[in-house]
Design a protein around this ligand. Structure first.
Ligand code: NI
Length: 258
């Protein structure tokens, strides 16, 4: 079955049909979902969703753009949430220099703290890195990110950068962007990355694949992504789905419902 490794079903975009949509996933071949954390309030909702649906797992972490809200007290609360058995990762955490808000120094501080937290609680990390390749790599190296292991979500960098993350045994989250005709650099990276290191993800409600580009995304569109990865790597979509499921099971330590 398809293992969706990155979605945000806590997002307001799903307020009208969240229950129907989540219920429909297994009958459409989606056997597991990791709902990534972003803000403090998202984590409360995620924990509810993981209780309601056996195949929904959660990640606990503060997105770089939301790190301005963090305090020592809130960070302590965050760490406590990691003990829940349905929480399978720390994320999404990282650096996002697109808007430079909050200041990169604040982002870096909390990226390091959350990387180290993942090592303490023995969970892999889900990394968000946008326009911040070198700082991301430096911080990961300095803080032994290979100890927790994890995934570079929505990978958008070059083959050279992919090689560096591979040295740390990281996985690569590949989503809807790979289906865009102008995504030449990403297609090249996908050709380079071993299939054993690729995870399927949507980042729903964002980044819907072609032919739904610009619409609200959901895990139901994952077959389009599997198909394009298969086209690039000379595999069938079914082979991509099977291999990426094995990869996700290996990384997150949980299985699809059957
Ligand atoms: Ni995300």
């Amino acid at each position: 079955m398809i293992f969706e490794t990155h979605a945000h079903y806590d997002d307001r975009a799903f307020d009208k049909d969240r229950v129907d949509l989540l219920k429909s996933l297994p009958e459409n071949g989606i056997g597991a979902v990791v709902n990534a954390g972003s803000s403090l309030s998202s984590i409360e909702t995620i924990r509810e969703l993981t209780k309601q649906y056996s195949y929904v797992y959660g990640a606990v972490g503060i997105h770089p753009c939301d790190t301005g809200d963090l305090t020592e007290e809130r960070f302590a609360w965050l760490k406590k949430q990691c003990a829940d058995e349905k929480i399978v990762a720390v994320g999404e955490i990282g650096l996002d220099y697109h808007w430079n808000d909050p200041h990169p120094e604040i982002q870096k501080t909390w990226f390091v703290r959350q990387l180290l937290m993942a090592q303490e609680v023995h969970l892999p990390v889900i990394i968000h890195s946008r326009e911040a390749a070198n700082d991301t790599l430096t911080i990961m190296r300095e803080n032994h990110a290979e100890r927790s292991g994890g995934v570079i979500h929505c990978f958008s960098y070059s083959v050279e950068m992919a090689a560096e993350f591979l040295k740390m045994d990281y996985y690569f989250g590949i989503g809807g962007v790979v289906t865009f005709e102008n995504a030449k650099k990403l297609k090249e990276a996908v050709r380079y990355i071993p299939t054993e290191r690729i995870l399927l993800e949507t980042d729903s409600p964002y980044l819907a694949p072609a032919p739904y580009r610009g619409k609200r995304n959901s895990s139901l569109y994952l077959p389009y992504i599997a198909e394009e990865i298969g086209r690039i790597k000379g595999m069938t979509a079914a082979e991509v789905i099977r291999c990426t499921e094995e990869n996700a099971v290996r990384l997150f330590g949980v299985t699809c419902v059957c």
